[in-house]
Design a protein around this ligand. Structure first.
Ligand code: IFM
Length: 463
């Protein structure tokens, strides 16, 4: 049976500026929090940073050709905040905007829909003077930046992602200190997450002021939370974890304010009210500006109840699945059915809001073999499994507008450096050489036809 997707379904792939661009000093770019963080000994596995990455700031034409060859109808990329407002609050650097304008025009010339992310984590380092996202001034700085990008590109970009993964920014950047800016403080993480959401609201307003027809959303890292056992305690742990990871972001974006259960967990853990952080009017400033929900889905969380202690501010633990389950090379469980259920849950709980898979993929280390090709069979399987799940969700009524695979290219995976490879296209980092992997060829066939065959034709490189 061949599964056909809706004719206007967007087939695409995703990347982000810091992870692929390199050229960190070009065209007046300012220093970002990631250069600062990556320079800390031990912060990045292998000691690398984004200074070279895939060299895409210079090779962007080659990347547009690749997107075209792959037959993609959409490409999600991020504008580097530090290229546009190098010192965070001050003048706009037009050379940075010129670059993205050329890039967007080249995509449009090829019939590729740009999906533009404003914040994929490379905040200007200068904003750390006010605490980065912990400081409320970050919201104004972000609105200033969004205004500059929308003034330049609002006439030609329809799909805007204001923030990428607010929970990950809050968790890894400010609660655990594993990402830039390397802060480890629960209270700071709550303030940062809140300001990221206020930033979404302010940016969406700035975008709509320039482009009333623009469609603004956040890309949320959504992890379905399943109980490890049938016990009541584990069910409560899964629900609590869902509040922490998913509902804390979904509900305010939908205009419902923060969920009471999770607010109570935070206030208990911090020993104080959040009233000084979440102020009157904030709920209204965040909500009602979400034209769609961006779904970044990789895996689920299997949860058990556990005691609160210094390392666990909440009464739950991630315990992982029991038994031998399929995993990526990074150990993440591969569960396509959870993506289907997640899409249906979003459709049920936030009815009428279009959904787009803004990221989905996995780490598989395959590289070129004797024939010069990359036979990444496991990535192909992961891709097909998840596309089947998306198709099932659509058949059951979920309004899914598109699927953007993470990632187009192997790239800089933050604190894990260059080891994990997520790309449909292999990148040889010393030379920058790109080789489309077998999964990329398979995806190209699906994107061209809009259909998912049960049996794949033999994989043939383009031409
Ligand atoms: O590489 C990241 C991306 O920047 C944000 N979402 C998850 C991806 C894989 O870890």
């Amino acid at each position: 049976m061949t599964r056909s997707f809706p004719p206007d379904f967007l087939w695409g792939a995703a990347t982000s500026a810091y992870q692929i661009e390199g050229s960190l000093d070009a065209d007046g770019r300012g220093r970002s929090v990631w250069e600062e963080f990556a320079a800390r000994p031990g912060a990045v596995e292998g000691g690398g940073d984004g200074s070279w990455a895939c060299d895409s700031y210079r090779r962007w034409r080659e990347d547009v050709d690749l997107i075209d060859e792959l037959g993609l109808g959409a490409y999600r990329f991020s504008v580097s905040w530090s290229r546009v407002v190098p010192d965070g609050h001050g003048p706009v650097e037009s050379r940075g905007l010129d670059h993205y304008e050329r890039f967007v025009d080249a995509l449009l010339d090829r019939g590729v829909e740009p999906v533009l992310t404003l914040n994929h984590w490379d905040m200007p380092q200068a904003l750390m003077a006010d605490g980065g996202w912990v400081g409320r001034r970050s919201v104004d700085a972000f609105a200033h930046y969004a205004d500059a990008v929308a003034a330049r590109l609002g006439d030609r970009v329809t799909w805007w992602v204001t923030q990428n993964e607010p929970w990950i920014i809050s968790l890894l950047g400010y609660q655990l200190g594993l990402h830039a800016p390397g802060v480890a403080d629960l209270g700071a993480s709550v303030a940062a997450g809140h300001h990221v959401l206020l930033g979404h609201g302010a940016a969406a307003d700035a975008i709509h002021a320039h482009a009333p027809a623009a469609r603004t959303g956040c890309a949320l890292s959504l992890f379905p939370c399943d109980p490890a056992t049938e016990s009541v305690a584990d069910a409560a742990a899964a629900d609590g974890s869902d509040g922490y990871v998913n509902r804390w972001y979904l509900d305010p974006l939908a205009g419902r304010g923060y969920p009471d259960d999770m607010r109570a967990h935070y206030e208990r853990a911090l020993g104080r009210s959040l009233d000084d952080v979440i102020r009157p009017g904030d709920t209204e400033a965040i909500g009602g500006r979400q034209d769609w929900i961006g779904v970044n889905y990789y895996t689920r969380r299997v949860m058990a109840a556990g005691p609160i202690d210094a390392a666990h501010p909440f009464p739950w633990r991630v315990v992982g699945p029991s038994g031998d389950v399929p995993r990526t090379d990074e150990g993440w469980e591969i569960v396509p059915d959870s993506l289907r259920d997640l899409l249906l849950r979003l459709h049920r709980d936030y009815p009428g809001t279009p959904l787009m898979i803004t990221e989905n993929g996995g780490v598989f280390g395959d590289g070129p073999t004797h024939d010069g090709r990359v036979h990444d069979v496991r990535r192909t399987d992961l891709l097909l499994g998840h596309l089947r799940a998306v198709h099932q969700a659509i058949e059951a009524g979920a309004p899914v507008a598109g699927y953007l695979h993470w990632s187009l290219l192997d790239n800089f995976e933050w604190s894990l450096g260059y080891r994990p490879r997520f790309g449909l296209v292999h990148v040889d980092y010393p030379t920058g050489r790109r080789t489309v992997k077998d999964s990329g060829h398979v995806y190209a066939g699906i994107a061209r036809t809009g259909a998912l065959p049960d049996h794949l034709p033999e994989i043939a490189p383009f031409g």
